[in-house]
Design a protein around this ligand. Structure first.
Ligand SMILES: NC(=O)C1=CN([C@@H]2O[C@H](COP(=O)(O)OP(=O)(O)OC[C@H]3O[C@@H](n4cnc5c(N)ncnc54)[C@H](OP(=O)(O)O)[C@@H]3O)[C@@H](O)[C@H]2O)C=CC1
Ligand SMILES: O=C(O)CCC(=O)C(=O)O
Length: 449
């Protein structure tokens, strides 16, 4: 990289920090992308002339709103709602909604920023956005969750539409929440606009495979990384963090491909089950009964529960972080590498800290960053939009085949972009550059908007 490009990138990063104070997760996500882009500015100086990076780092629109709702005892609560419409150069804003107590603007902006490049990598016509609230659905009754969702959508409905902005799920937002949100949108708009939300139930406009897509896609991505090294999942011992939507379907696909998952977690602790995780039980506990993962041991006496345990201390060959951001730090990465881990695929968004990424890169293990590895979820959302637009419903096998091909293509595009810029087998550089170039070229073509 030239000194000039280095200076340009540093200046942009300092501006981002100054303009977005206190938004640490957003700064982290921006830095990771900018660190890859120096050589791109050298080879393609017109991106700097058009101030593409500066424009990409500034959301097109940020919406923050009050969400008042009443609990079952009649007490009133006030939460904060967010929707950051980051970039629509490639299509309508697309990205999930997160309901979790840790949500604030910096979290939504990091997620929305990642979504721009991830969505570009899918090759489908979707822009990037993200939203959510500091509402915590855990422990709330269905009626409370419904009232919250109705209040949230009452405001959000002014800003979304199948051609404008299409939200979906993320942490704390699954098919129950999408149902309540869709119901309120339908009621307010007096239209059955199926394409306004994705992750819908199969009986009312949802797509087969969307529920499974993020986890399945992440495993397909790791499978491609392993194949590139003449290896496979067959016989591999694996560890998956979390026990939500992404974790469950990551485990399912690993088991289908011949691997064995021996540990998973939730925010309370870690389950270790040497003979392999019983996924039917996890689905029953988490998807149906909404219970804590420690209850797994009530049914399997040979499994072990470690309260506040660290899932990355369990020896494995493949690790798939599938819970939340910054859940795997430098020390965890060192532990994984020391214990023989050869591949890491991120189902979660930005789960590995910059120090952790450095450890994986220096050890030259196969490391698939979230914006590439977990893109199968949003890609299948785009397939759901296609089905809604054509009033169609595809079979499970056809939809899964489409997902699989998309993940193979993303893997190839990352490798090719990395190769073009002299960073062979570096999926971080490859994903950042391949995603960036697609968006940047579209932004230039659309003029200064
Ligand atoms: N759903 C999707 O399609 C996609 C999701 N992602 C990303 O995947 C990750 C998981 O999402 P998803 O499975 O949908 O969410 P879920 O709400 O279904 O599950 C989240 C899981 O992660 C755990 N978790 C969440 N926050 C924390 C925390 N702060 N500390 C420890 N554990 C935590 C939860 O445990 P507990 O229940 O105890 O809180 C739960 O087991 C997120 O990073 C999300 O952004 C990425 C692409 C698409
Ligand atoms: O399916 C979607 O639109 C959202 C998926 C998502 O939130 C993500 O990729 O992080």
């Amino acid at each position: 990289m030239t000194e000039k490009a280095k200076k340009q990138i540093e200046e942009i990063y300092h501006q981002v920090i100054a303009r977005n104070p206190g938004e640490n997760e957003f700064h982290q996500a921006v830095k990771e992308v900018l660190d890859s882009l120096g050589p791109v500015l050298v080879k393609y100086p017109h991106y700097a002339e058009h101030k593409i990076i500066e424009r990409i780092c500034e959301p097109e629109r940020q919406i923050i709103f009050r969400v008042p709702w009443e609990d079952d005892r009649g007490e009133i609560h006030i939460n904060r709602g967010f929707r950051v419409e980051f970039n629509s150069a490639l299509g309508p804003y697309k990205g999930g909604l997160r309901f979790h107590e840790s949500v604030y603007l910096g979290v939504i902006k990091f997620l929305g920023f990642e979504q721009i490049f991830k969505n570009a990598l899918t090759g489908l016509p979707i822009g990037g956005g993200k939203g959510g609230s500091d509402f915590n659905p855990k422990g709330k009754s269905d009626s409370e969750v419904m009232r919250f969702c109705q209040s949230f959508m009452t405001e959000l409905s002014r800003h979304i539409g199948e051609k404008t902005d299409v939200p979906a799920g993320d942490i704390g937002v699954g098919s129950r929440e999408i149902g309540y949100l869709f119901g309120q949108y339908k009621r307010m708009s007096n239209t059955y606009e199926s394409g306004v939300l994705t992750g819908k139930g199969l009986a009312w406009g949802g797509s087969k495979v969307r529920k499974e897509a993020t986890g399945y896609g992440a495993v397909y991505f790791v499978d491609e990384m392993l194949k590139a090294r003449n290896d496979s999942f067959e016989g591999k011992t694996c560890v998956v963090s979390g026990s939500g939507n992404v974790a469950i379907y990551t485990i399912e696909k690993i088991h289908q491909l011949g691997g064995k998952v021996v540990a998973l977690s939730d925010s309370g602790g870690v389950i270790y089950h040497e003979k392999g995780i019983d996924l039917d039980l996890v689905k029953q506990l988490k998807e149906v009964e909404r219970r804590r993962i420690k209850d797994y041991c009530n049914y399997h006496k040979d499994a072990e529960y470690k309260p506040n345990g660290n899932v990355w201390e369990v020896p494995c060959q493949v690790a798939m972080p599938s819970a939340t951001e910054n859940e795997l730090d430098g020390k965890d990465a060192e532990t994984l590498v020391k214990n023989g881990c050869i591949a890491v695929g991120e189902g979660a968004n930005m789960p590995t800290t910059p120090e952790g990424i450095k450890v994986f890169q220096e050890a030259r293990i196969a490391y698939g960053p979230g914006k590439a590895a977990n893109a199968g979820g949003v890609a299948t959302s785009a397939l759901e939009m296609q089905q809604n637009a054509s009033r169609d419903s595809w079979s499970f096998s056809y939809t899964e085949e489409r997902l699989h091909k998309i993940m193979i293509n993303i893997h190839r595009d990352c490798l090719e972009a990395a190769q073009e810029f002299g960073a062979s087998n570096d999926y971080v550089t490859g994903a950042n550059i391949a995603g960036f170039k697609k968006v940047a070229d579209a932004m230039i073509a659309l003029g200064l908007i």
